[in-house]
Every structure is written in structure tokens, then in C-alpha cells.
Design a protein around this ligand. Sequence first.
Ligand code: NAD
Length: 497
Amino acid sequence: MEKYFHFIGGEKQVGKSGRFGDIFNPSQGNVSAQVPLANSDEVNFAVQCAKDAFPAWSSTSVVKRSRVMAKFTQLLYQHHDELAQLVSQEHGKTIEDAKGSVQRGIEVAEFAMGIPHLQKGEFSDNVASGIDIYSMRKPLGVVVGITPFNFPAMIPLWMAAMAVATGNVIILKPSEKTPSCSLRMAELFIEAGGPSGVLNILHGDREAVESLISHPDVKAVSFVGSTAIAKSVYQTSTANGKRCQAMGGAKNHMLVLPDADLDNVANALMGAAYGSAGERCMAISVAVAIGDDVADRLVDKLTPMVKGLKIGTSLQTGLEMGPLVTVEHRQKVINYIDLGVKEGAELVVDGRDFKLKGHEDGFFLGGTLFDRVKVDMKSYQDEIFGPVLQIIRAKDFEEALKIVNDHEYGNGTSIFTQNGATARYFADNVEAGMVGINVPIPVPMAFYSFGGWKASAFGDHNQYGLEGLRFYTKVKTVTTRWPTENLDADFSIPTLK
Ligand code: NAD
């Protein structure tokens, strides 16, 4: 059985804790490799290696850092298909979807190439007589990135690209279910001329995370994962004096208005609900149909489409859905479908018994569609994170907006309508961090930023874009005077003269 290694200080490091996690091939259902799970001694070693690399990297000229990012971006593009294969093999998402997710990650590295412009400070001359003032954005030091299983290239790049471009050193702890991509990207960073110790990969689970977020030499923690863990990571990190951004789970609603083109809506919902087997924090898992007529027509359109989903092993091309990531996760989704039935939602399409011929041990599920879901159902309130779409019937736009705003989560949301005024009102008043207007999955481009509201994110700054720059830097402001005459003692707070 192949055993993976950590990548610390520019070198492969064999796991020493004696603990390993299984990595699966979800299409076959077998264990494909094992990943070491770091203990606190290994965390200390990784932090020390990163800390040793910080003085040289943080004082490397911003132009040189930009050139490393440019070469890194070029290598990521060159290895795009290889990285997508690693994503698809371990996660189970289709190869086309995996390629898209790698592309969205590379775009953050591409954005970070512009660091000489992005990391400029401000300057004001003559703010008082003979006094100039300027500010700088300085890197923080050793930062930590902790990522979920569902975007093994994209989310590590959200963090690593912005962290290292700004002059930090990072310890990335990828999901123990999908760690290969991060390892490969760290090797590519070295090939791009990135110094050893600047981008480190440490594998692990709760034990490693707890050591990292309480380590005295770690300055900041970026986390993406489920809400309960995001909240606890945020609390522990901040209690230990660290800057922390922690993105959590989601339940994203799409409002379907009576004037929307229902063919477009149905197509958009299919991709947004069932793409990546629903294992996306920006998946649409709830469609709020306004009026019974819209709901009835939508269910009629969706039913044959959900039944006809093209499902297969992830590396096959031309598919719409692959398997789920693990057998445990598959069972969790099945439990939520059972619960929805028990709570009285109308099960229109049941994906629980789906089996892929010749791959009966794979972690497959068919698409599931529920109608007449109610807001007091637990299966609605919780994030399911699987290929399950729930339809809620609302009587009007106001009720639909209230449903979205009352939900605990506020990651993304979307509205399908031809009415610009309603769409504008929705964008203005909906309680969510990312809004799509006739766009089902509004993941912002690398030069904007990603982040939800409410229980979908803890902390102040979003991921990547200028928000990422702010997260990974602290401001220093310098006030200067070069006196040409004697200065008098002044006992009051300085004011403009
Ligand atoms: P998870 O919370 O189980 O794991 C995330 C990370 O936390 C992993 O690296 C894992 O090793 C670590 N971890 C697991 N248990 C821990 C513990 N007890 N203490 C400390 N660390 C622990 O999430 P997941 O199942 O890998 O990913 C799916 C979740 O991530 C979903 O809830 C999804 O909505 C969310 N997600 C959110 C975003 C976003 O930007 N908001 C993006 C992608 C995924």
C-alpha cells in the first residue's frame, strides 16, 4: 500500500506518528493509499522549518516573489490535467468538473502574480508642515491553511497563493481524504524557484489541527470546512491570539420567479444541485418556487432530468455525476433522505438504491428530488452536502426572501427572473455573501473575493482578492519629518499645524 509523505522544508518527510488515514478511490470503493497523520512533534518541526524560512522570504523583493508566482502559475497550467486527475481520482468528481476546479484555483495564483501592484502602501506628502506619512503592508510570519475534501486544488491555492505572494510562509494541512494535489503543487512551487520551507504540506486530522492553531509561532489561521469545526477553529485560534478566517457550511437557495424561463432554470438547477454530487459549498440545495404553478411545472421538468442523470466512474468523460467521497459520507446523505421522508417531504425521485453496474462497491448515489419541503424540517435546516435537491413552495417573493434570510447559513444564493427591479431588490436585501442573478453558482473571480455570511463564515476577511491580501498582511504606518529648524517640546497630542 502506497504511503504518502509530508512535504516540509522542501523535502519529503516520512510520517513518524505511527497513525495513518485511508485514502479511497470512490469509484471503486477500495483504499488506494494511506496518508500520515501528524502529531504535535511533527507540527513543531513544520512550524520551525517555516519560521526559519520567513526572514529570507519576507525580505525577498516583491518583484522576485511575483516572478516565482508567475513561474508557479505557468507550471500549474502545464500540469493542469495531471492535477485534475488527482482531484477526480480521490474526490470522485467528474474529470471535466475537476479540470474546472483546478482552473479556478490557478486563477488565484495568476492574480497573486500582480503582488507588486497589490501590496503597495499609501503615501501622503505634507500632511503637516514638513511631515509626510506612508503605510506598508507587511507579511505576518508563519500562517496555517486547513482545507476541506471537496476542492483539493482550488481551496489550497486560495490560501497558499495569497499567503506566499505577500511574503508569508505557510503550513497547509489539506483534507486527509484528498491530499495528493497539495503535495504535487508544493513540489511545483519548488520547481518554480520557491525557497524551501515557504510552502509546506503537513497531513493530519484533529490532532494536527489543534496543535497548529494553538502553536505560539503561528500568526494566522485560514480554515474552510464544516460549520461546527469552523466555529471551534475560529474560537481556539482567536483565543490564542491569532488572526483567523474560518469558512463553514452552506444551504444555498435559488428563488424561481413566475417570469423566469423554466427551461433555463431546470438546466441551471441540474448543474448546481447535482454537479460534483452536490459536494460543493456553493451547490444549490433548495429551490424556492414562487407559486404552485411554478413549482408544479418545475417538478415536471426536473423529474425526468434527475432520473436520467449520467452517473459513472469519475475519470470517464461526458458524465454529469461521479460517486461521493467516502462510504461514510454516502451513508450520511442517505440518512438525510430517510429523514426527509420521515418528516413528510414528498420524495419525487429517490436516488438511494442506485448501483453502477460493475462498480457495486463504489460510493455512488443517484440524484434525489424532494418537493413540498417545509422550513421546520431538520432535513431542510441542515446541510446535506449530497445530490439532493429540495423544493419549497412560497406564496410570493416576500415570503421566499424571508425563507432565505431566516436560514442559519448565508453562503451563496441565486434568483432567476426577468424582472430587473426585483433582482436588484433581492441582491440588496438578501442575507448571503455571494449572490447570483440568473447565475446559479456565483463563485466570484480571483480579483473579487469569496465568503459567506451568518453561520457560513467566522472572522472578518474573505478568501483571495484584496480581502485575501488584507488577511495575510498587517499595516505599518510611518510618519516622517526631516527638520530644518529646532523642534520645541510639545506636550499635547500632535495636531495639524
Ligand atoms: P470538515 O469540517 O470535516 O474538515 C475540514 C478540515 O478540518 C479538514 O482538513 C479536516 O482534517 C479538519 N478537521 C476535521 N475534523 C476536525 C476536528 N474535530 N478538529 C479540527 N479539525 C478537524 O469538512 P469536510 O467534510 O472536509 O468538507 C465539507 C464541508 O466544508 C462542508 O460543510 C462544506 O460546506 C464546507 N465547505 C465550505 C466552503 C466555504 O468556502 N464556505 C468551501 C468548501 C467546503
